[in-house]
Structures are given as structure tokens and as C-alpha cells.
Design a protein around this ligand. Structure first.
Ligand SMILES: [Zn+2]
Length: 407
């Protein structure tokens, strides 16, 4: 038996009062999130030490009782504390160099708040109602059954609609993985190519909608800012954005589900997507070269959501009993899988691989995938013998043994 955490997302159907309340609660959480850094800065300038989460929570109580910010006490206290917790996490990620400096939260941007205490949450699935503190009974679009015990609930707003994400925990039978091992080569021309030759077409959902999006953005820029027509145009832009996001998510989920359900071990190149997207423009001292071409590629990479795809593969494989192995992307596109000869000459064109040593010919992406699979096998063997210790970087999953071997 294994513990499985899963989140279920539904659209909320609040009444007018509840929608108003939710906007206010999100605003209060944003206020708290934004107020704390200024306070830390002031303390720092006065030579005082940084306040930790507990200290900030104490201050929060003062703010809620203070005359100036008494309206904070209308919002439920736990979500406000969670905002401080999120801030603390953002800071420690920054100090550990895992993330950029926490950004100021803007109104209307990722409006959300979280209820962390399951005792205060009541889920009535039979009547499609969810009880949340200070909001009361909320209706939601009950599209699927929630399995497991509720751990926490996040309320968020997107494109003018409110959503709830219910995180649950349950025990599941650990299934035996089906299928064998496979390597994946990620690319721009083909989204993913497997070492057995199957491939997934490029997503490009953004490209398809790009023209429509650009037109909508141009239309918006021609309107008088904050006028009614401008607001309408803005809503249209947001709608296209959300449609792009939905199409992309849908496609990624379909791909990652098929692959994870049919393989016990999946090897993938460990591409640093975050670094790749950053490096294009360069810095003022060292401006990037081929910025335009690179940013096109970067956009394409981000567009296809390689990172998200890997994240999905990781947890879906864990669910189905398999595991994901990330290998360093060294020479995977230039080495002959037949004789092992490694040379840039093997790859005369982007699409075709032709070994100059033994004459082996194959689609270049398939060759890449085969080499990724080999590297994965090698890595597994090294780890089994203790020669390589699983590195700490990368996404971390503690609940499955072999799955931690990613670079
Ligand atoms: Zn060869």
C-alpha cells in the first residue's frame, strides 16, 4: 500500500455575496503577502533580525486588531497565515538559489487563498456543496468523484471564474508496472520521440492561436484604456490565453498518461528548461548571441511545456508503479547506437542520422531516444553498484526508491 496525494479541481458557483467575499479574502491575503517584505526591509535597515513565520503570525494578529487594518479580521485567519507561509517558502527558495526573488503580488494576478485545516472544511459530494469558513456552503460543478480524505483546499480565480482545488490523501494498492523501458527525445519538430519509433506531433497550440491573440491584443491597444470597449477587448485577450492553456494542458496530459501507462521505466534527457529560456537575452555585460533565433526556440520549448510534461510523467509513473530517470544530455544526438562512434558528422542534417563509421541510418530523433534509454540503463547500473549517488538537484520525490536518480 502506498500513500497517494491527489488534487481535484472544480469550478465554483458562488452566489453574489460569496463572490464578493472571495474577492475580499484574496485581496486580504495579497495585502499580507505584500506588507511583510516592506516590514522585513524596515527591520533590516534598523539592524533588527528577520522575522520568521511565527513572528509574522504574531504581527498578523496585531494587524487584525489594529484600527488601520481592522478589515483584515473579516477574512479567515488560516488563509492569511498561509499567505505568510507562502512568502517564507518563496524567501527560502530564493536564499537557496532555487528561485527568483519573491515578486510583489498584483491585483487580479493569481488571486488565490488556501484553507489548510481539514477540520474546518466540509465536503458534501452528494449535494455538490463545499463548506468553507466565512464563506459558508458553496456550490461547485461536480464533474468527478473526490477520492480520499481532504487535506486542504485552495480557492483561486482565473478569467473571471472561481475554482477550488481539493487536495486529498489516500492509501492505494501499489500496482505492478506494465511494459518495459523506453527512452524519450524531446524536440521542436516532434514534441516527443520514443526509442521504439513512435512519436507525438508538436503541440504548437500557441502558434495556432498566435495570430488571433495578436489581433486581439492590437484591438485592445487601439481602445481608450479602462473604457468599456477596452475592458471587452481585454476579456477577449484573456479568453484566448486561457484557451491556449487548456489545449496545452490537455495535450500534455494525454501524452504523459499514454506513456506512463505503457512503460515501467522512462528515461528522459535532463534539459534545464529554466536556464535555456533565461540565457537567450543574456545580460548587459554579456548580451546573448542569436537572441532572435534562440528566443524563438525558447518560446517554442516553453510553448510545448517540456517541463510540465516531465513533471506529469514523474508523478504518473509513480502512480502506475514505474519510474522516471533523467540523464545528462551529452552527445545523445551524435553517438551511433549501433557501433558507438561519436561524431558531429553523424548528424549532417537535423532530421537524419547517418553513422560515418558503420553506415547505420535512422531518424535522428529516434537515435536520440535510443541513446537516452542507454544512458538511463547505465545510470541505473551505476547507482545499483553505488558508483553514482543520486544528486540532490531536480524535482524530489521521496516515496519511491529508484525514482530519485535524476541529475
Ligand atoms: Zn555506427
Amino acid at each position: 500500500m502506498k500513500r497517494r496525494l491527489q488534487a481535484y479541481k472544480y469550478e465554483l458557483r458562488p452566489n453574489g455575496r460569496q463572490a464578493r467575499q472571495m474577492r475580499r479574502f484574496a485581496g486580504s491575503c495579497r495585502f499580507v503577502f505584500n506588507k511583510a517584505p516592506a516590514l522585513q526591509k524596515a527591520r533590516y535597515e534598523q539592524g533588527e533580525s528577520r522575522l520568521g513565520y511565527a513572528g509574522l503570525c504574531k504581527l498578523l494578529t496585531e494587524w487584525r486588531n489594529g484600527a488601520e487594518t481592522v478589515w483584515l479580521s473579516d477574512a479567515p485567519v488560516h488563509p492569511l497565515q498561509q499567505a505568510l507561509k507562502d512568502l517564507e517558502r518563496a524567501y527560502s527558495n530564493f536564499f537557496a538559489k532555487r528561485a527568483d526573488f519573491p515578486r510583489f503580488k498584483k491585483k487580479g494576478r493569481s488571486d488565490s487563498f488556501r484553507y489548510p485545516d481539514p477540520k474546518q472544511i466540509k465536503l458534501d459530494q452528494a449535494n455538490s456543496r463545499l463548506f468553507l469558513p466565512k464563506l459558508g456552503r458553496l456550490r461547485y460543478r461536480n464533474s468527478r468523484e473526490v477520492l480520499g480524505t481532504v487535506k486542504n483546499v485552495t480557492v483561486s480565480r482565473s478569467c473571471g471564474k472561481w475554482f477550488v482545488s481539493i487536495q486529498t490523501e489516500r492509501e492505494v494498492e501499489q500496482p505492478l508496472p506494465k511494459g518495459g523501458a523506453v527512452g524519450i527525445d524531446m524536440g521542436v519538430a516532434r514534441f516527443a520521440t520514443l526509442s521504439d519509433g513512435t512519436f507525438y506531433a508538436p503541440l504548437n497550440s500557441f502558434k495556432r492561436h498566435e495570430t488571433r491573440l495578436r489581433r486581439a491584443q492590437q484591438a485592445m491597444s487601439r481602445k481608450v484604456k479602462f473604457s468599456n470597449n477596452w475592458k471587452k477587448a481585454k476579456a477577449r485577450v484573456r479568453k484566448i490565453h486561457s484557451r491556449i492553456g487548456n489545449a496545452r494542458r490537455d495535450y500534455l496530459h494525454k501524452c504523459s498518461t499514454t506513456i506512463s501507462q505503457n512503460h515501467a521505466m522512462v528515461c528522459i534527457e535532463d534539459l534545464q528548461v529554466r536556464n535555456m529560456s533565461k540565457s537567450a537575452a543574456g545580460t548587459a555585460e554579456a548580451p546573448g548571441r542569436n537572441v532572435r533565433a534562440k528566443s524563438g526556440l525558447n518560446k517554442s520549448i516553453l510553448d510545448q511545456g517540456w517541463f510540465e510534461f516531465r513533471r506529469q510523467l514523474d508523478y504518473k509513473l509513480a502512480w502506475s508503479g514505474g519510474h522516471l530517470i533523467a540523464v545528462p544530455p551529452q552527445n545523445t544526438s551524435r553517438t551511433c547506437p549501433c557501433c558507438g562512434y561519436m561524431s558531429a558528422e553523424n548528424r549532417r542534417t537535423q532530421a537524419r542520422f547517418e553513422c560515418v563509421e558503420c553506415g547505420f541510418e535512422e531518424n535522428a530523433d529516434v537515435v536520440g531516444a535510443i541513446n537516452v534509454l542507454r544512458a538511463g540503463h547505465a545510470r541505473l547500473a551505476c547507482e545499483a553498484s553505488g558508483a553514482v549517488r543520486p544528486p540532490a538537484a531536480g524535482t524530489h520525490r521521496s516515496d519511491s526508491g529508484v525514482a530519485q536518480c535524476r541529475a
